[in-house]
Ligand binder design. Structure first.
Ligand code: COA
Length: 257
């Protein structure tokens, strides 16, 4: 595992921490693979009863690393093997409770991954955004299905089509977040809730989670379809202009696309 993801085990709780704060915890292909491997191993390991995903007190994650989008874009013909899909599949299918602690920006997949977590504790400094359209790509991580289910079509459309930031209290109201706390309390609270879960009968937790996830039968297909469109759009001129503009800290010009 690279230093950009820290893994910590205490009792039955495995904690995975984004540790690339200088790049706002933007996620690289190596980090996706580290996360996917850790979650797949934890799913099989009886001594892990709960997993926690967290960032730093000032930032959760700026989403996919934008330089990686240009250097190592996921291959549209082999999306199932793409590191990002391996990670998304690992969280979608994770059979044990998954708790997230989110403070600061949670952008793109930094926000959509939360739709797959069971409990999401957010700092009152949390700022969520789903800027896929603004980047010339499209919704991913199952968000085109899960966000309308969770928050209603109109609210999901506002977040996914405009891509503007929204904050902890609205995310709580939308059902994306379980509870809002002062940022410095989030990690300890998430850990305490995870420890409580780890002391409960593991099969009862697993069965209850599996039953609650049953109303999402089409999710895997939607996630693959999203990423196929995403890869196609990522290779198109609008995404190239958008990503270049973010990296050059200027406004993109979509007048030709
Ligand atoms: N990929 C790669 N690098 C990123 C990044 C990303 N997604 N997000 C931030 N960084 C890097 C910046 O390039 C900068 O690097 P530098 O110090 O070498 O110049 C560093 O992280 C700090 O970023 P900065 O933008 O100065 O921080 P900020 O506090 O002003 O803003 C964010 C934080 C997260 C709001 C802002 O960085 C942002 O919007 N990032 C892009 C998010 C995005 O579009 N993600 C893709 C979603 S699909």
């Amino acid at each position: 595992m690279s230093d950009d993801i820290l893994m910590h085990r205490e009792g039955g709780v495995m904690t995975l921490t984004f540790n690339r704060v200088d790049k706002k915890n933007a996620i690289t292909t190596t980090m996706y693979l580290d996360l996917a491997n850790a979650l797949r191993d934890a799913a099989q390991d009886d001594s892990v009863r709960v997993a926690v995903l967290q960032g730093a007190v000032e930032v959760f994650s700026a989403g996919n690393d934008l330089a990686d989008f240009l250097k190592n874009p996921p291959n549209a013909d082999a999306v199932e093997q793409a590191p990002v899909i391996q990670f998304l599949e690992a969280i979608r299918t994770f059979p044990k409770p998954l708790v997230a602690g989110v403070c600061g920006p949670a952008v793109g997949i930094g926000a959509t991954m939360l739709l797959h977590c069971d409990l999401v504790y957010a700092g009152d400094n949390a700022a969520f955004s789903l800027p896929f359209v603004n980047l010339g790509v499209c919704a991913e991580g199952g968000s085109s299905l899960l966000l309308p289910m969770l928050s209603g079509y109109q609210r999901a459309a506002e977040k996914l089509l405009l891509g503007e930031a929204f904050y902890a209290e609205e995310a709580l109201d939308m059902g994306l977040v379980t509870r809002v706390l002062p940022p410095h309390e989030v990690a300890a609270y998430a850990q305490a809730q995870a420890t409580k879960l780890a002391a409960k009968p593991s099969e009862s937790l697993r069965v209850t989670k599996a039953l609650m996830k049953q109303p999402q039968p089409g999710l895997q297909g939607v996630m693959v379809e999203e990423i196929r469109h995403f890869c196609r759009l990522l290779n198109g001129p609008a995404a190239k202009e958008a990503i270049q503009a973010v990296m050059e800290k200027r406004k993109p010009d979509f007048s030709k696309f």
